[in-house]
Design a binder for this molecule. Structure first.
Ligand code: MN
Length: 197
């Protein structure tokens, strides 16, 4: 049932995105950050919980600088298999554009509990609107929090890095940590040329 909204928004005869089932990984919880060039460029931050990927659209991308409070808009749960998805969503489909994986890895609760305990603590945090976790990715590492803003629209959260040995003090722009050869960067470059022509 959790994926009802995800499925409703998509036509799987037309999009290469996974139809997906509710499943879960064996020993560690997974996370993924996808860079998505749709009507505008943004990032999608996803944490595996309860057999699905809890998902937030992060317009500016994540930051390793604890001074940054990055707006994170909660969106529909995505299937677990979405963590491996990269590709082109054709014109006319929901989220049409290019998706590429910017970072991925594992995550845990703040006490590094074993998976079943961690998942319970994380779900409690999610429901309380104060979700603390530790990321073990290639780019994103250490403690983070997702805080739900009170009195705002139901889906408005902030993604903030906690101070630890992985935090940085200089300004952090996730766009600077993308490969020049990425499909999105090639498209951005081509679109810029068209604009300037
Ligand atoms: Mn997106």
């Amino acid at each position: 049932m959790e994926l009802h909204l995800y499925k409703k928004k998509r036509n799987f005869n037309q999009t290469p995105e996974p139809e997906g089932k509710v499943v879960s990984s064996k020993s560690k919880l997974s996370f993924v950050v996808q860079r998505h060039y749709a009507s505008h460029l943004h990032y999608d931050f996803r944490l595996e919980l309860d057999g699905v990927l809890k998902s937030w659209a992060v317009p500016k991308g994540p930051s390793l600088n604890p001074n940054d409070k990055r707006l994170a808009l909660m969106v529909e749960d995505h299937p677990y298999d979405y963590k491996n998805f990269e590709g082109i969503i054709p014109e006319g489909n929901y989220g049409a554009g290019i998706v590429e994986i910017w970072d991925n890895g594992y995550f845990s609760d703040i006490d590094n509990s074993e998976k079943s305990v961690a998942e319970k603590k994380l779900m409690a945090g999610l429901n309380a609107g104060n979700l603390k976790f530790i990321l073990d990715g290639k780019k994103l590492k250490g403690e983070f929090v997702l805080v739900k803003l009170k009195g705002r629209k139901e889906n408005t959260w902030l993604l903030i890095k906690h101070k630890d040995k992985f935090a940085v003090t200089k300004s952090y722009n996730s766009e600077e940590y993308t490969s020049k050869n990425s499909t999105i960067n090639k498209r951005l470059h081509a679109d810029q040329k068209t604009k300037n022509a």
